[in-house]
Design a protein around this ligand. Structure first.
Ligand SMILES: Cc1cc2nc3c(=O)[nH]c(=O)nc-3n(C[C@H](O)[C@H](O)[C@H](O)COP(=O)(O)OP(=O)(O)OC[C@H]3O[C@@H](n4cnc5c(N)ncnc54)[C@H](O)[C@@H]3O)c2cc1C
Length: 417
């Protein structure tokens, strides 16, 4: 949308083909319906949230970054606000407002939007793009004229491919772009779910269906080596572990699981107290006259749902009197509180992944213009590229920025020819 709008604003004649009946479906569900647009971090720090892929974005961020996006949205009467961690949201807390504002801006630049148009193939002659063919669908890609052939055609000297990744495919991003790019010889790094729940046998513990833990620390271990650490909130869900810190850790965990590494996640339920301080607290509690039994002690330490797990791990009956607790039993509780461990056996599916990692190899794309180095006139951008980031508004900004830069370069190319 940004690519189309920017190219049109510079005078290019632009047609936007969107396979769904509505543009910007993913924006509408983003940020739990609030759309975390971007982040206040300066470019240098911002880029670090993309990991290795960040370097590719340096030039597009230098051209179009958070303040440019906000200027555009503010000028379209969409005020924004900053929240915890520098996350920027629309003032209205409405992702739908963001989608509608951008759609209106795109149309006001003179872009013709054809909805229900699914691109099936890219046309190339002598190493130059010449157009695309597509099928028309009546409702959300379910049925309509066309099949797999691309019965309709648009001629174009420039094509901007912004089909997204393949996660949450109900929004329209089902991975078509990977095949389209591959047919033109582009290398596609294997797409994999990212920012996704992790499967862990034994979680959720003992019959609990859903349990949220706040302010805990989780560490990720690959083949016995510590590889990442996050502090915050975690949720046990049906398949295992989710919540903000798990989504962050999943970026590393998914890749390592795919590489066949033995992965474990350790939860520190009391990160504010080191072993020594926590042991001193347990000794104090055991001496406290108001705390009579082992159960009373656990009640003061843990959420109710975790108490059966603690009882099981330590093997101490709940009605045991505090003065009967042995040093060994106290130490086993201490160890579990600081190191509640799960083997990670897998990860959630694409349909539950916030982003897709992997994608078109960025070494085959010009970072200044997003133009393919293999096919002139073809520009590739957004989540379709092999770049992905942490949560915090980074992914969306990556898509906005590469889109803008592509639109600008495409218009220049067209107007020069
Ligand atoms: C639940 C959820 C919440 C998220 N929240 C945030 C957030 O708050 N902040 C953030 O930074 N990021 C968030 N993200 C990630 C962010 O939404 C994406 O990284 C971003 O939308 C990628 O933009 P894109 O334009 O590259 O692709 P998309 O937004 O996926 O858009 C691609 C478009 O191409 C269309 N398309 C696909 N194939 C074809 C075809 N063959 N023909 C025609 N059209 C086609 C699709 O229908 C779609 O409209 C979230 C993602 C999800 C799933």
């Amino acid at each position: 949308m940004l690519a189309a709008g920017r190219a049109a604003s510079l005078g290019a004649d632009v047609v936007l083909l969107e396979r769904m009946r509505q543009v910007g479906r993913k924006i509408r569900i983003s940020g739990k319906g609030r759309c975390n647009l971007t982040n206040t971090l300066a470019a240098g720090e911002f880029i670090k949230h993309f990991g290795k892929g960040g370097r590719f974005l340096r030039q597009s961020f230098a051209r179009f970054f958070s303040e440019d996006l906000l200027e555009l949205l503010h000028s379209e009467n969409l005020p924004t606000k900053v929240e915890r961690g520098g996350r920027i949201f629309p003032q209205s807390d409405s992702a739908v407002d963001v989608a509608k504002t951008i759609e209106r801006w795109v149309e006001n630049q003179g872009v013709e939007i054809i909805r229900g148009a699914r691109v099936r193939g890219l046309d190339v002659a002598d190493g130059r793009i010449t157009g695309v063919h597509y099928d028309l669908f009546d409702e959300d890609g379910v049925k309509g004229s066309g099949g797999n052939r691309g019965t309709h055609q648009v001629s174009a000297a420039v094509v901007m491919l912004a089909t997204g990744g393949k996660s949450y495919n109900s929004t329209g991003s089902s991975g078509d772009g990977y095949d389209l790019a591959r047919t033109l010889g582009h290398k596609v790094i294997k797409p994999r779910p990212s920012l996704v729940p992790l499967c862990a046998p034994g979680a959720p513990p003992g019959g609990v269906r859903r349990l949220a833990l706040r302010n805990i620390e989780a560490t990720l271990w690959a083949d016995g080596k510590l590889v990442a650490r996050e502090f915050g909130d975690l949720t046990f869900i049906e398949i295992g572990l989710s919540g903000p810190i798990i989504l962050e850790l999943s970026r590393i965990a998914v890749a390592a699981i795919d590489e066949g590494k033995k992965m474990e996640l350790a939860i520190d339920l009391k990160p504010a107290l080191d072993h020594k301080k926590l042991d001193a607290r347990l000794l104090r509690d055991l001496d406290n006259k108001d705390i009579k039994t082992w159960r009373d002690l656990l009640d003061g330490l843990l959420p109710q749902n975790l108490i059966p797990v603690a009882l099981d791990v330590c093997g101490v009956p709940e009605d045991t009197h505090c003065h009967q607790i042995t040093a060994l039993q106290r130490k086993s509780l201490l160890k579990w509180l600081k190191d509640y461990r799960f083997q990670l056996s897998g990860y959630g599916a694409f349909k539950e992944a916030i982003v897709t990692a992997g994608g078109v190899d960025t070494s085959e794309v010009n970072p200044k213009t997003m133009e393919s180095k293999l096919v002139s006139g073809l520009h590739i951008m957004g989540e379709l590229l092999n770049v992905d980031a942490d949560t915090g508004g980074f992914n969306m900004m990556g898509a906005f920025s590469t889109g803008w830069v592509a639109g600008e370069a495409a218009a220049r190319q067209l107007l020069q020819d």
